[in-house]
Design a protein around this ligand. Sequence first.
Ligand SMILES: Nc1ncnc2c1ncn2[C@@H]1O[C@H](COP(=O)(O)OP(=O)(O)O)[C@@H](O)[C@H]1O
Ligand SMILES: O=c1ccn([C@@H]2O[C@H](COP(=O)(O)O)[C@@H](O)[C@H]2O)c(=O)[nH]1
Length: 226
Amino acid sequence: MLLVLEISNAQKIYIRECEKILGENNLVLISITGPSGSGKTTFAKELHQAICENRSVILLSEDNYYKANTCLTEEQKNNRNYDHPSAFDHKLLEKHLKQLKAGDSVKSPIYCYKTHQRKERTVELRPADFIIVEGIMLLNKQYLRELFDLKVFMDVPLDICLLRRIQRDINERGRTLNSVAQQYLETVRPMHNEFIKPQKNFADFTFSEEIDIDFMRKRVMELILL
Ligand SMILES: Nc1ncnc2c1ncn2[C@@H]1O[C@H](COP(=O)(O)OP(=O)(O)O)[C@@H](O)[C@H]1O
Ligand SMILES: O=c1ccn([C@@H]2O[C@H](COP(=O)(O)O)[C@@H](O)[C@H]2O)c(=O)[nH]1
């Protein structure tokens, strides 16, 4: 296997060479996990852009696999704990990833943060050389963990994540400062400590502000070249 990733700054990994694909059936499955606001989506998009110049790649968000929530009232949806593993339909995500690995297309759900529920329409995903999945809870369950060829964890301090989340949630997800603050204290922070942070132990490599870029680059090379 030779898949060389080069980090040019904390948010960018460029795939330089990919002579042999590491996963089953010529497919590489990469997970990007970490706290809300840690930059998973941003990083996943960078990675997607770098890979798609030479290879077909699917970018998939775990958030689309939140449970459908169609039977809940407005109040129940507004007060739901979206940072607990049980909020996700991980079995459906597992099924879809396995189908893609097997070379089959899937109809992937689409989730709406504003209404807190799954949309009626789906998007068809066709098998590709790479699948990048990003989300807060991808490494908690063994049956998901073992599907990934490469597991990345974004270990960004929570105060930075919160600042980013405030801006993003107000601008893009229809929230107010009060609602972000309340949700953060009631569920986001405690669930981070209980379920999200421990996933770091399962990652192949971790992005952290404290880690020197050269060190990170070396780690990635060592890991990928194995
Ligand atoms: N390294 C970074 N520096 C500054 N802002 C960033 C960085 N990474 C992400 N952001 C911004 O922070 C917000 C949350 O990032 P996002 O990628 O959506 O995080 P996540 O997917 O982990 O919740 C976005 O508005 C994004 O533009
Ligand atoms: O209906 C919902 C679903 C999710 N959330 C929050 O979203 C984040 C996960 O998304 P990121 O892109 O990783 O930030 C999670 O912390 C949930 O609290 C929501 O508010 N409403």
